[in-house]
Design a protein around this ligand. Structure first.
Ligand code: HEC
Length: 209
């Protein structure tokens, strides 16, 4: 776990900006919080609140209970991650979304390898704004991971993947394919680190002894 943690980078200013928007989520969970800074992001907050409400309604009561018991910090981080995405699916599972993410990642690498900055940038931007699966991320992470300690790792993983994908897009657009190439490694470190914590071994058969 320590190793997984080392692989991710510190939150970027972009993330910090979004923490303001994430206050919507805090208000959603705890109406007793007096948020002073909300006016600027009011429209986004209303939208985010609706999305969250929908996600929580879809959860089984035992998961709902765990989510409501999370700390304010964790809830804020979750809101900030959601706020970085604008596509929410009402049917795609996390595994399906991940398969799309893998395709976009591969397409970004193809763009780099074929010296096609437009392909690299568009694919990386698509990766960064991958759709959010039905019910959000939490239902797919396993009940044992729905606690403050584990979920605190999500922000770093998200930033490592999405943050570096956006940097890759910028580098490609600026014609710096060398820099774009180095970011491929940073992105894949984020994938691997998150899988190390939140994903079991894929496709294990229960028909084997
Ligand atoms: C937020 C943590 C997280 C990040 C970041 C992440 N994944 Fe995943 N990924 C998961 C989880 C959890 C699953 C299992 C989902 C399930 O089976 O319901 C998964 C599953 C997958 C799968 C489906 C097959 C399998 O192994 O179960 C692929 C492919 C995949 N991820 C690719 C990627 C790629 C490529 C990246 C980086 C560009 C990435 N993932 C980043 C959490 C993450």
């Amino acid at each position: 776990m320590a190793q997984a943690h080392d692989m991710v980078q510190k939150p970027t200013p972009r993330f910090q900006k979004l923490r303001c928007l994430s206050i919507a989520g805090v208000m959603f969970f705890s109406s007793s919080i007096m948020a002073t800074n909300v006016n600027a992001a009011e429209e986004g907050m209303t939208e985010l609140k609706k999305v969250l409400q929908g996600q929580i309604e879809l959860m089984k009561p035992e998961l709902q209970k765990k989510v409501k018991g999370l700390s304010m910090d964790t809830k804020m981080s979750l809101m900030a991650i959601l706020a970085m995405h604008s596509e929410y699916s009402d049917k795609a599972t996390m595994r399906q979304v991940m398969t799309e993410v893998l395709s976009d990642f591969q397409a970004a690498v193809t763009g780099i390898m074929t010296d096609n900055p437009e392909m690299a940038a568009a694919s990386a931007r698509r990766l960064a704004n991958h759709r959010i699966p039905v019910g959000g991320l939490l239902p797919y992470l396993g009940m044992e991971n729905i606690n403050d300690e584990r979920l605190a790792l999500l922000v770093g993983f998200n930033d490592s993947v999405e943050g570096n994908a956006l940097k890759l897009a910028e580098a490609a657009e600026a014609g710096d394919m060398g820099k774009a190439a180095t970011l491929v490694g940073s992105i894949s470190s984020g994938c691997v680190a998150c899988h190390g914590v939140f994903r079991g071994k894929p496709g294990v058969s229960d028909l084997l002894r």
